[in-house]
Ligand binder design. Sequence first.
Ligand SMILES: Nc1nc2c(ncn2[C@@H]2O[C@H](COP(=O)(O)OP(=O)(O)OP(=O)(O)O)[C@@H](O)[C@H]2O)c(=O)[nH]1
Length: 724
Amino acid sequence: MPLHVLCRIRNIGIMAHIDAGKTTTTERMLYYSGYTRALGDVDDGDTVTDFMAQERERGITIQSAAVTFDWKGYRINLIDTPGHVDFTVEVERSLRVLDGAVAVFDASAGVEAQTLTVWRQADKHHIPRICFLNKMDKNGASFTYAVDSIKEKLKTKPLLLQLPIGEAKTFKGLVDIVTKEQIIWNPASSLDDGKVFEQKPVTETDDPELLKDVRDARNALIEQVADLDDEFAELVLGNFSENFDFLPADKLQSAVRRVTLAQKAVPVFCGSALKNKGVQPLLDAVTMYLPAPNECSYDFLPWYKDDLCALAFKVLHDKQRGPLVFIRIYSGTMKPQSAVYNINKNCTERMSRLLLPFADQQIEIPSLMAGNIALTVGLKQSATGDTIVSSKASAVAAARRAGREVGRKPGCNSEVESLLLAGVEIPEPVFFCTIELSSVSKQPDLDNALNCLQREDPSLKVRIDPDTGQTILCGMGELHIEIIHDRIKREYGIETYLGPLQIAYRETILDSVQATDTLDRTIGDKRHLVTTQLGVRPWAGERSSVTPVIEYADNFMEPLQKDIQEAIENGINSSYLQGPLLGFPVQDIAVTVYSMTMHSETSLTMISACVSRCMQKALKKASKQLLEPLMNLEITVSEDLLSAVLGDLAQRRGSIQEIQSRQDNKVVVAAVPLAEMMGYSTVLRSLTSGSATFTLELASYQAMNIQEQNALLQKRSGLVMLTE
Ligand SMILES: Nc1nc2c(ncn2[C@@H]2O[C@H](COP(=O)(O)OP(=O)(O)OP(=O)(O)O)[C@@H](O)[C@H]2O)c(=O)[nH]1
């Protein structure tokens, strides 16, 4: 793609605490750029980006939607990010595909908890940011307070590029510190949609006081930027040390851009999206200070040269067109009516159409080049997080280049695969519950709905309880499962009931045992007779795994026919999913199949059934152990609140691994059983007045001690008795 075009693309996200106004801000952006003709209002539930029914009703953004629009010759691809901690995967997923972000704040509240979490995630992904202090019209709005809170809580250097004119009820416009121009929105405009505003230099005669404030702010800004950028410091000291007034605006803008891209500071802007003030200058700031795709570096780009490499970052289901897959193209060109290769699924798929998601319309396009975001129609296998390339050969070539590349850096070999796939790491779901239908006849519809939902959201897993045949939903948290439940009803029209939310435990065995089983059944005129002997033992391999290691005794049924081997392994695989203690999957076991004799008419299904029964017998005989999910917990907290947080962790069977210092904050790295973390966000919020944030991810499964195990078994058997 020609560089001059690439330079004019901005892939940006809007991130914020719930209710800070990111949806309203997005709507205004679409309106001013001409993509919507009416102003959407979150409170009336008619916005473009919050399109899922629950979002409209609850007024929160759940799924990130991508929207494309043009602003003054720039193509802006805007990815909305959700604000709830249960949707961290959504946030991480969108952070991967964007190059810069706008953090939206409520100017009366300053930095709030969720902004902290997303801010830290953006730090992790090295995403340059600008800040927008929204709601300047609101009672209690304070520019100074919000800026101080950004400085203190986000430990960053805010660069004030604007000052508000008025605050709360008196808010009417702003001053651009760089150009020393004031922008006043015209209250006399008949429509009052904010399209009309007056822009003129601040002058001594008009407003000497304002001019003084602007000069002071500009001088402070210049000094601040000079401290962060040597090139600019040289320029300032060389030519303008006597009087900063003569320093050209474009020189200051370029320096602010450099420090923003280097993430040394964040420019701050202000306005009121709801009252239609400040959004156009914010759009200018997006194009001016946030990076173009060619200014971001990606490890994997050289591996693909100019071949196609794209990441599927979102899947939506459209009743007419089937799955719509949002993709970000990193290199090469994508064309409709072409075959593409999905590395994760190891399959070739045909894409029928390529669309740009312009506001609520999708526009068909003949091709799209690197740096862009688009919607594809026709990809039936691709799911969120998959890497898409032009062909298998291209993937192989890229892998070869990656091997060479990584080979040069010792110790990176094991990462080749994950880097090549460039996907989003999906944490293991740790919560589950049953989902039931009021009428069995709807089961195929429910299966279809769950299939679609899983492709959209890889953090949702669905399984069937082999005993009861019940469908089980596994997810990341309570809200996550609740939203899925809601969507099944609204989008697929299926009424379902959820069982109580439970933790996903695992089981294992502590000793080696053997078992023999015979199945003898006559169906019609066929006799199915099979006897098998197998042994199970604890597997102390490197990685804990729910897939058992399967071995065959020497001389076992030589030559072993492929279909029989498959039947045996199906039998084994179906049985370890349900452990003997509480029916949780069994992990870290090895199975040896010693012998099998059978009547010639025995079907493969019967072989599987016999092996499965024999496995269950063996597992029952062994000494058993329950394993519980152990979570990696990372809490970022200010030093003065550290002891309160540590005191609380001690009561949660938490083991502190490390306490790091990050700027003025402390980062506590600990391992805590999930069972102790229920409702932790509320506890942490009240312990630290909402100033601390945490992330939680599955570390491993660890053995429970005998008292805890017994307590759990008792509780569960109590439950069984109660429900029976
Ligand atoms: N006073 C005032 N209210 C605003 C402004 N912008 C948004 N709001 C209101 O704040 C509430 C939340 O706005 P949204 O745009 O839905 O905020 P959001 O950040 O998208 O919220 P989530 O999607 O829930 O994360 C709504 O009632 C808006 O009308 C503003 O500039 N001033």
